[in-house]
Design a protein around this ligand. Sequence first.
Ligand SMILES: Cc1cc2nc3c(=O)[nH]c(=O)nc-3n(C[C@H](O)[C@H](O)[C@H](O)COP(=O)(O)OP(=O)(O)OC[C@H]3O[C@@H](n4cnc5c(N)ncnc54)[C@H](O)[C@@H]3O)c2cc1C
Ligand code: FES
Ligand code: FES
Length: 470
Amino acid sequence: MIKFILNNQTIETDLPEGTTVLDYARYHKNLKGTKIGCREGDCGACTILVGEAVGDSVKYRTQTSCLMPLANARGKHIVTVEGINKPDNELTEVQQALVDESGTQCGFCTVGFVMSLTGFCIDETPKNLEMAISSIDGNICRCTGYKSIERAAERISQQLAVSGKQSEEFGEMANRLNISIEKGIVPDYFSEIKNRLAELKKTTDCSPLTADCSLFVGGGTDLYVQRPAEMVRAESENLFDSFDLRFIKENDDFIEIGASVTVTDLLESKAINNLFPNLYKHLKLVSSTPIRNMATIAGNFINASPIGDMTVWFLALDASIVFNNDREIPLREFYLGYKTLARTADEFVTKIRFRKNFTHFNFEKVCKRTFLDIASVNTAISLRIENNSILEAHVSAGGVAPIPFYLRKTSEFLRGREISAATISEANEIIQSEISPISDVRGSESYKRLLLKQLFTAHFVELFNFEPNE
Ligand SMILES: Cc1cc2nc3c(=O)[nH]c(=O)nc-3n(C[C@H](O)[C@H](O)[C@H](O)COP(=O)(O)OP(=O)(O)OC[C@H]3O[C@@H](n4cnc5c(N)ncnc54)[C@H](O)[C@@H]3O)c2cc1C
Ligand code: FES
Ligand code: FES
């Protein structure tokens, strides 16, 4: 039995746990406001808000309902557009802004934009134009053109922009929700959701994790794209909401990250932000806001895509993964061949661990379009530098081999060298001997070779203001 709150209604359902929230809302509750576009997380037409009790408040995030299993709705507040509409058919501030700025034509995408912008109003991000526009990075419109939608986003961010003490108060999660209720961005019943979720929790079964089946589901953003029909009735273990897998811990030497931590969780972590000053700039290149809200780190590792961004990122940190039986393996030894992993069927990832002893880190990604696209080639590097000398180095790259690739020879070569044009040039030669890209839709072999050469050099331009032609 899955229990959750859908808009203002408490739901108990025995439907298969793998049913998507999109299908449940549309076909079982007749809530047709949420649209079906791609069913692959790409278009944003199915965007909903998902509220989760956190501390003394409810934290809302956008998610694509086409990829979200009902199991991941358990104990949460699921909000479709019907759940934010005003009862008297008046428009909310977000809806009004889109109308006033001519941000809609056929209207097919509009609900998705409304939900994303409403999410922006009630989440913790700074209320400025950049973040308002960032909140709609997972929404595609085919007919209006984005300028009018951007104007609506600007108007909304201006309406929410507050200053001084007010800003600090607005930054508190509970206050933000209260202010959004006061401003009519979300309806009054949202103020009761915290207590209703607490009541629901008392009767929600939280069975301990087992490894009784061999299909583990995180956020579902790979599985529901690859095997949508099969997932509905598949016997699976849902790991996304396991409290034991959602943590980020730090000690003097290590960072440990629970397997079900999402890309957004990383973005919001103080410890991770302290270690990676360019975190937002880099992670903004990974999928879109709703997908980042669902995509887990372990899911990225196990999917084993040769261009997985988070895999390449953690390979360059020389991270290791820990399984439910406490076995630990370096990530660089985990990939045996294309989608072939050093793992038994009943092992699931519980955490990821890496040393904090690097002084410099950089990530580069080139895609066919800048945002919401997978990489043609991506690469990351971590270095420990003292007096211009490289004491420790780990370099990784995606899109240049059948697996997410740890550049072992290049990393070894860099250790003990000075940072200089000669070092970079020699390292680039070693890289070319290590990689084996193939020509495919994301670029020819020679293009990918050239790209990695340029991106490897870009690491040093970014980190040390190195001038390539000096
Ligand atoms: C529109 C869109 C855009 C995307 N853009 C990007 C992008 O820019 N960069 C990128 O790298 N990826 C991208 N992805 C891919 C995807 O979002 C990531 O790979 C994500 O990290 C997968 O995590 P998940 O929790 O959703 O995985 P799921 O789909 O839940 O699972 C993926 C695999 O991991 C397994 N699994 C999950 N958790 C565990 C665990 N704890 N232990 C063992 N096995 C586990 C599952 O069984 C499955 O085999 C995109 C996907 C979509 C739909
Ligand atoms: S239908 Fe396109 S993102 Fe869900
Ligand atoms: S208004 Fe028609 S697709 Fe956006």
